[in-house]
Unconditional design. Structure first.
Length: 348
């Protein structure tokens, strides 16, 4: 092997599609090696290198590479890209990016991304593909409703009623739809039905995944968390042990106030909206459903919700409940066998 390891204690890897830049630091933080590899030679280098800490940015391919390097005995640290940027000195290039990653990896206060298992990656892929298809389905409905309005045909909102209204409009000879528009809408409707069936199939697969996982079943005992939310949470955080306490999970999800404080004066703004936006949206929608439909006389959260709603807007109550749901989920994930008890044991 042309580029042999020289015993660096920390490596920074700048990931590309086919080219990887590597910077090695010794124990004092001095750069001792700068290397460039293609994909097929990178793993051979780390297989020959002594066990070290390897840092890389969170990006497509980082999870796969992290698992491969862990299997070779290395300690892997994945860093969010925004935390690496302050360590890039002068002009940006791949070699300096690798040096910045290596330096950021050594910082004791740095925050890292947890390495996901293949099952987590697969579950997250299911959710992302389904989300894209739902957006595409909505876009198709909006386009067809707009085309119908150009000919004076108004259809109701919603995917369910759309599947009833459009065939009726196509079969109504009394409206002003032209033959060409009827043919075009009929073809678009066939595409819509195929996409709708695919969304249903993915939803059923996610629900079956939730039913077969003990952690997902226990998460679903929490009000507002169903199969979608439970599996998305598991795909994103795994066993949640990377969070030291429950509030850290809520912070990671962006369910806490954004802060802009200076001079000893605390200024709290709206929620930070950091982290996984898709997961945060699922939890907030579940919390909104609870605020509207939860039987507050039979659930331990009922009195707390009543007290909140008496002094603040319902939207703030919804986000506060979402924050509490995230904290309860952390307890269930970190304590084997734990369940949400709807009735307070003291008053059962």
């Amino acid at each position: 092997m042309r580029n042999k390891p020289v015993g660096a204690s920390v490596y920074g890897v700048d990931i590309g599609k086919t080219r990887f830049d590597v910077a090695g630091l010794d124990e004092s933080g001095v750069i001792v090696q700068r290397l460039k590899f293609r994909r097929e030679t990178l793993l051979a280098f780390f297989a020959a290198a002594p066990a070290a800490t390897v840092g890389m940015e969170a990006c497509p391919g980082s999870q796969w590479l992290a698992r491969r390097l862990q299997a070779l005995g290395h300690k892997v640290r994945i860093i969010p890209a925004q935390f690496v940027k302050p360590y890039v000195k002068s002009n940006k290039n791949d070699a300096r990016d690798a040096e910045a990653i290596a330096e950021a990896t050594t910082r004791p206060t740095m925050r890292f991304v947890e390495v996901k298992t293949p099952d987590q990656v697969d579950a997250q892929a299911l959710h992302r593909v389904r989300e894209r298809m739902v957006k595409s389905r909505t876009a198709m409905i909006n386009q067809m409703r707009g085309l119908c309005l150009e000919h004076g045909v108004a259809l109701r909102e919603g995917a369910g009623v759309f599947k009833i209204d459009l065939p009726k409009a196509l079969g109504d000879d009394a409206n002003e739809l032209t033959p060409r528009m009827r043919r075009l809408l009929a073809e678009l409707f066939e595409d819509f039905l195929a996409l709708d069936r695919r969304v249903v199939d993915l939803t059923r697969e996610i629900e079956a995944m939730a039913q077969s996982d003990d952690r997902a079943r226990r998460l679903q005992t929490i009000p507002g968390l169903g199969p979608m939310g439970a599996t998305a949470l598991l795909a994103a955080v795994g066993d949640a042990r990377q969070f030291r306490r429950a509030r850290d999970l809520a912070v990671w999800l962006g369910l806490v106030p954004r802060q802009h404080s200076t001079g000893g004066k605390t200024v709290l703004l709206g929620i930070s909206k950091r982290g996984n936006g898709y997961l945060r949206r699922l939890i907030i929608h579940g919390a909104r459903s609870c605020v509207l439909h939860l039987d507050r006389s039979r659930d331990r959260l009922g009195r707390w919700l009543d007290q909140l709603q008496a002094r603040m807007h319902v939207n703030k109550v919804t986000v506060a409940l979402a924050n509490k749901i995230a904290r309860i989920a952390w307890v269930i994930l970190t304590r084997p066998g734990a369940l949400y008890q709807r009735t307070d044991p003291a008053f059962a």
